[in-house]
Design a protein around this ligand. Structure first.
Ligand SMILES: NC(=O)c1ccc[n+]([C@@H]2O[C@H](COP(=O)([O-])OP(=O)(O)OC[C@H]3O[C@@H](n4cnc5c(N)ncnc54)[C@H](OP(=O)(O)O)[C@@H]3O)[C@@H](O)[C@H]2O)c1
Length: 339
């Protein structure tokens, strides 16, 4: 019998999420029936959206309830199969959750798909995962960047922001791309490795300083703002938009742990004066185009247009602490866990 360790939701957080909101549990998996196969999971991906999934409320997906296995995308290998259509050794990606093994009867279970030959095992969770695809559709479909545009990206050193910023700069011919991130090390990565035009360290500025920094970098204004953070940086960006600007509402991580979210931006009325457009999106709406987008993302990475970072921590027992790294900013690029 296979022992399966899994992380369950222990309680719904109010305010800051912490390790004690999760509890580890071990179950014995039954032997495989005819037609079934077992996947041994080896890498798990973390997303800030998980904070929204554990509030107890349904959002764009159903909420996770206390006692449920935590939801999450992961990759693994088919280690045993009694299904003639699924060979042992097949590498797969799917919504396996925070657990070590899953038993499936079909490749349709857990939204599973095989990892194509030649693709590194973690890439389906990072560049080709939800965050890379979010960057692709958020920037290209919602932001609609044009050659010569000026573009600001918040959360720019993260998994989503870094890909969006580099597509803008190195693929779509933006004239200026500036990234906002926390701390000098992340800002240096943005200018030296991602080769953006400039970076703003939001931790080094108060609200007024942030306005001034954004205005200094964009004397003619911003065409596209790709926002992962919300709050003060959204306000500073809104104060500096050009006529016809597009604001991509990708995420608002500065609010996810807030019990009493701060009041909204005061500068949103600039959208009226500048005939700007601010638009939210959920990456799953583009599922039918994921395959084509993945091909393009691989080509851009191979051509050297996109540098992507994976932050691989180790040890299944550390899953909650690894998740928390997204909110402290400790992660360097896509946060993954190797079992
Ligand atoms: N719309 C969609 O379909 C969709 C899909 C996927 C992700 N998203 C959104 O995309 C955003 C980025 O997600 P990701 O997976 O790529 O994570 P990530 O950017 O790799 O990691 C999260 C980063 O957020 C920053 N951060 C955390 N707390 C913050 C705060 N209070 N204020 C400012 N920055 C803070 C930290 O960077 P610093 O060190 O720079 O602070 C941290 O490294 C999230 O808002 C997420 O919800 C949206």
């Amino acid at each position: 019998m296979t022992q399966n360790r899994r992380w369950l939701l222990a309680s719904h957080p109010q305010g800051d999420v912490a390790a004690e909101h999760f509890r580890i549990d071990t179950e014995s998996l039954p032997d495989l029936d005819e037609g079934q196969f077992r996947v041994a999971v080896d890498y798990l991906a973390f997303d800030p959206a998980m904070r929204g999934w554990i509030t107890g409320r349904d959002t764009y997906v159903s909420g996770i309830q206390v006692g449920d296995v935590m939801r999450g995308m992961a990759v693994g290998v088919v280690e045993a199969s009694r299904n003639p259509a699924v060979a042992e050794g097949t590498r797969v990606v799917g919504m396996f959750g925070w657990q070590e093994y899953v038993i499936a009867s079909s490749m349709r279970d857990f939204n599973m798909r095989p990892v194509p030959d030649g693709v590194p095992p973690t890439m389906p969770l990072s560049l080709l995962g939800i965050t890379g695809l979010t960057a692709y559709f958020g920037l290209l479909d919602v932001g609609q960047p044009k050659e010569g545009n000026t573009i600001l990206v918040s959360g720019a050193a993260g998994a989503t922001g870094s890909v969006a910023a580099q597509i803008a700069k190195h693929v779509k011919g933006a004239s200026k791309v500036v990234g906002v991130a926390g701390g000098p090390e992340k800002c240096a990565w943005l200018t030296d490795v991602a080769r953006l035009d400039a970076a703003i360290d939001y931790k080094a500025h108060d609200a007024r300083g942030l306005y001034r920094e954004v205005a200094r970098h964009f004397p003619q204004g911003i065409d596209v703002f790709f926002d992962n953070v919300g709050g003060g940086i959204l306000d500073a960006a809104l104060a500096n938009i050009k006529v016809g600007a597009r604001i991509v509402l990708c995420g608002a991580i500065s609010r996810y742990n807030a019990v009493n979210p701060p009041p909204g931006p005061v500068n949103y009325t600039n959208l009226i004066l500048k005939r700007g457009r601010m638009e939210g999106f959920i990456v799953m709406d583009y599922a039918a185009r994921f395959k084509d987008a993945s091909m393009e993302l691989i080509q851009w990475a191979q051509a050297g247009h996109i540098a992507y970072q994976e932050d691989v921590q180790e040890g299944f027992e550390h899953a909650p602490d690894v998740f928390l790294r997204l909110f402290s900013g400790a992660n360097r690029g896509k946060q993954l866990l190797k079992y």
